[in-house]
Design a protein around this ligand. Sequence first.
Ligand SMILES: Nc1ncnc2c1ncn2[C@@H]1O[C@H](COP(=O)(O)OP(=O)(O)OP(=O)(O)O)[C@@H](O)[C@H]1O
Ligand SMILES: [Mg+2]
Ligand SMILES: [Mg+2]
Length: 518
Amino acid sequence: MLRIPVGRATASRCCHRRDLATFASDPRWPGWQAVIGIEVHVQIKSRAKLFSQTRTAFDQPPNTQVSLFDAAFPGTLPNLNIKCVELAVRTALAMGSDVQKRSTFDRKHYFYPDLPSGYQITQKYAPLAMGGQVFIGQGRTVSIEQIQLEQDTAKSTKSISGTVTRLDLNRAGAALMEIVSRPDMRTPEEAGAYVRALQALLRAVGASDGNMEQGSLRCDVNVSVNRKDEPFGTRCEVKNLNSVRFLMSAILSEVRRHTALLDAGCPVPQETRGFDQDRAETFLLRTKEDAPDYRYMPDSNLPPLLLTQDYISAIAATMPELPSALYARLQSQYGISARDTEVLMSIESGSDMGYDGEAEKGSAVNYFEQVADGGDPKVAANWIIHELLGQLAFRNESFHTNPVSVETMRELLALLHDGTLTGTSAKTLLRHILQTRTQIPLTQLIDEMSLRTASSTSLKSLCEAAVSALPRESDVIRKGNEKVVMKLVGHVMKASRGTANARAAADMLREILLPPKL
Ligand SMILES: Nc1ncnc2c1ncn2[C@@H]1O[C@H](COP(=O)(O)OP(=O)(O)OP(=O)(O)O)[C@@H](O)[C@H]1O
Ligand SMILES: [Mg+2]
Ligand SMILES: [Mg+2]
């Protein structure tokens, strides 16, 4: 496992950062600059909740994973789960954030049925980590403001009639990290790249599965617009976006709304908004005037969280290779394209809940590296991405259910390389394994399925059969039109069920039909 140097946020922050004074125009809104900052709520992948020992098993029947503390029974006390702290520290170190030796917990009060105690425990005044940055590709980074620990809420669902709200407290009190970015992004695409980079980083350090569809990563996006040489505009915050596509769409809609207002001479009022997925538009939730007064106050049941340098250094010593370093290494070491690297890195490993120090074990990148070692990396990347992942996606199966072991994949590519299999038969074989999940050794399967590349004698009879089956085309070739050879090759391939080597078949057909070249 590679160790990464843990840079201090302040030391590294300036290297890729866009100078905030630089105006970033965009042809989609000429004369305007869009400014975007994102607050991300991440479910921490720990087995227990933030302040109780209850399991974080959200797939269990409603209200079965609830302690008295989670349900806010009077007299119950919080008990900080150090595993959540460790995973948040790992995240902070991965971003080069400054982990605070002293952080504190505050109560944010509001009344809502999904919050049993009437307040959320968060870290408003002294968060766990400050500063840092996330590399989002193409030489750009987004700076991080702070990372704070806080509690998740319960889940409420409304009945179709809207008269009944059902509460599931399984999620109540689970650990979240709020990761607040600086207003560094300038386009919806940069915002999308930031969230994807964050997901990769969280998965790499084992802090969260970062899955937006399942709600383990949720975004609030802040958008403002301004003209050149003007200060940043008034921001509006769009709450609870649960996919990168909706996030980008919400930003587009906000930029258009803000520029239209300002073009019409109306100032943009500071608002909190929601996103209507069907209309791809944002809508008003509340104005600044009705902003709730959260009456923040220190949580009297929780002492400050004090972390020693030894504790932080011990975690730093177990950090895995980070996505930005991995991205660069895969391309330089194996010569694979940026696109292929991105695809490999975007595949989730689907490992079990809880960080076990080997988060990368089941990843597609790891699989690729093991298959590529000793073979041709470009061929390995091509087969893993286009054939294996392609087939799995076609079958609606995720990578962690992949039945093709590293050894089998290696052997398949070796058999392809030495000509035992043609590309077509290798694909047939792969599809067969995915379909049947067979454990039969490859060579035996090849014989059972008659997939071995046609020998030169059988190739000759296949070609002769093609010549007799297509007499008109054969005559055209005899007269010197070599382009038609491919038609006969097609016939041979079909008759051989893909076991003929197309190039060898073309050579053989020329040999049969054309006078030898002197
Ligand atoms: N002018 C601006 N345009 C766009 N985004 C901005 C602007 N100014 C600040 N932001 C972004 O707004 C976000 C503010 O988040 P923060 O959590 O600090 O406060 P909040 O939204 O007031 O609080 P809460 O956590 O209760 O929602 C940050 O991501 C920041 O980058
Ligand atoms: Mg916030
Ligand atoms: Mg906010």
